[in-house]
Design a protein around this ligand. Structure first.
Ligand code: HEM
Length: 128
């Protein structure tokens, strides 16, 4: 249980920390739009987000870890791996789009990531 911002910061899980890194990389993109070195800096920010995503892939969400051993847990583990794998691919596509300086591809990759976040959080981060 958490009682406000201080307790929350102390409670932050290693998985939550890496998710924050992923989120921070995506949020930096808006500010970088006005930067003369926008494409290169955005690609570098997203590469950092991808590294955080790779770290997340070595962890298990608490909601899944808490399930009793059995087929439902095996299914949730495989499904969350599938979602994180697609998320890593999305970060890579986004980095490639910035390296190609291709606005349309940037938008496509961002839409994909938004959908994956929605599905992942709806299924495995229910108290968000
Ligand atoms: C671009 C994609 C995503 C972004 C930007 C994102 C971002 C975030 C953020 C900001 C948090 C809150 C971290 C905190 O301060 O506690 C979070 C938590 C979480 N996310 Fe994601 N997320 C993404 C995709 C996913 C996917 C695909 C899944 C599931 C497979 C997922 C599962 C979770 C879980 C389980 C937590 C709770 C972590 C904890 O508190 O232990 N996320 N995410």
């Amino acid at each position: 249980m958490s009682f406000g911002p201080v307790a929350q910061a102390e409670d932050e899980s290693p998985l939550g920390e890496q998710m924050d890194e992923m989120s921070g990389a995506l949020k930096s993109l808006r500010r970088l739009k006005r930067d003369p070195e926008r494409w290169a800096k955005s690609a570098a920010a997203i590469e950092k987000g991808a590294q955080a995503c790779i770290k997340v892939m070595t962890m298990v969400p608490k909601e899944i870890a808490d399930l009793p051993a059995g087929p439902a847990k095996a299914k949730a583990l495989a499904d969350s791996r599938r979602l994180m794998g697609l998320t890593l691919a999305g970060f890579a596509e986004l980095e490639l789009a910035f390296l190609a300086e291709d606005e349309e591809k940037v938008e496509t990759a961002l839409d994909k990531l938004k959908e994956l976040k929605g599905e992942g959080h709806e299924k495995y981060n229910k108290d968000e």
